[in-house]
Design a protein around this ligand. Structure first.
Ligand code: SF4
Length: 354
């Protein structure tokens, strides 16, 4: 799919509500899950005011006119959603299907940064799904192992993402993540797993996550721009960029080149040239910059402030340039094996070969 169109879809979304969708939670959400022609997964906002819709044959239309002779297929609700643990918790409350074959869970659904508006990331809704009763606060390792085994058996899930809210301890949540990884690997040894975490105070936790069996790691700074960090992620911005750099370097040593990634959000007010230059520095370090549009999620502080999604032309331009740098470096999201970059559904990078 043409990058301009893919970027527009990522920002404007579709007038449709497919069977697989999610509302609030960690990461970009409020989206429906689709398979684009060519087999790439895409998470697209469900937007009643979008110019894009699907005709009866499933072809993409803009204002009623077919724009691309490619079918968009909705990703079906997985069968493991119908199961419950012995104590009655729906598997769906413990982990969700993302994109095409990704099992995703937030192992601890609370975050020290979220409690106060003054420290909360302004795009985040991590605790809203908990308040809505859609998930549980702490996922137990054995529960995740049970769900992972079922998701692999019933729905051919091929990789798993484990993220966490940030905890107060120096491990920043890595201790519980490591337990969860170990339990899933004991049960489903061949399932690749990515963990996502803030830089731990003690970098030994990066090794421990790897020893537990994690295959890839995401350490997400969201933006490299100091002013945007302070405004959008005031709590996380108290962690200096140097701490992120030290964590990324250690992670590349432990996990390997292109097994480490970070989110870079487009739409936080950063200069596009600076964003691309920052992404190039990350690529040179062996860190995959997962470029995604900021999405105004209902329940987030930015949504309440009416901050709009980015201009699709800017997203398209940044994605194209970062994709070029990734191609030159021989780095592909798929080579991460597990995680958001391997999935790619929330980004337009796959449309440009990243
Ligand atoms: S890119 Fe990440 S957040 Fe988006 S659907 Fe894939 S796994 Fe989920």
């Amino acid at each position: 799919m043409d990058i301009g169109l893919r970027a527009e879809l990522a920002v404007r979304g579709l007038r449709a509500a497919p069977p697989l969708r999610r509302r609030a939670g960690a990461g970009p959400s409020d989206d429906g899950h689709w398979l684009l022609g060519g087999g790439c997964a895409a998470t697209l906002p469900m937007a009643p005011d979008s110019p894009f819709a699907l005709d009866r044959e499933g072809r993409l239309t803009r204002d009623g006119v077919v724009v691309e002779d490619a079918l968009l297929e909705p990703i079906e609700r997985p069968r493991f959603y119908d199961l419950r643990t012995e104590d009655g918790i729906a598997y769906e409350q413990l982990a969700r299907l993302h994109g095409d074959g990704v099992l995703a869970t937030t192992v601890v659904q609370t975050c020290i940064r979220y409690r106060e508006e003054a420290t909360r990331c302004r795009f985040c809704t991590i605790e809203e799904s908990l308040k809505a009763g859609a998930t549980t606060q702490v996922k137990q390792p054995e529960q995740l192992a049970e769900v992972a085994a079922a998701a692999v058996d019933l729905d051919r899930v091929g990789q798993m993402v484990m993220t966490t809210g940030t905890s107060n301890g120096p491990d920043r949540g890595a201790r519980h993540l490591a337990r969860c990884v170990r339990a899933v690997k004991d049960r489903v040894p061949f399932l690749p797993i990515q963990v996502q975490i803030e830089p731990p105070v003690d970098l030994v936790w990066i090794e421990r996550l790897h020893e537990a069996g994690a295959d890839a790691i995401g350490i997400h700074i969201e933006t490299l721009d100091a002013e945007a960090r302070a405004r959008w992620t005031p709590g996380k911005a108290t962690v200096p960029v140097e701490a992120y750099e030290a964590s990324w370097r250690r992670a590349v040593e432990v996990f390997g080149r292109n097994r480490v990634s970070t989110y870079l959000l487009v739409g936080l007010g950063e200069d596009p040239d600076a964003l691309v230059a920052g992404a190039q520095v990350l690529i040179a370090m062996g860190v995959y910059p997962f470029v995604v549009p900021y999405r105004p999620l209902q329940g987030s502080l930015a949504h309440a402030d009416g901050v709009p999604a980015p201009d699709p032309a800017v997203l398209s331009d940044v994605t194209r340039r970062v994709g070029e740098a990734l191609r030159e470096a021989g780095m592909q999201g798929a080579d991460q094996v597990a995680g958001c970059a391997a999935c790619g559904a929330c980004s337009a990078l796959q449309a440009v070969g990243g």
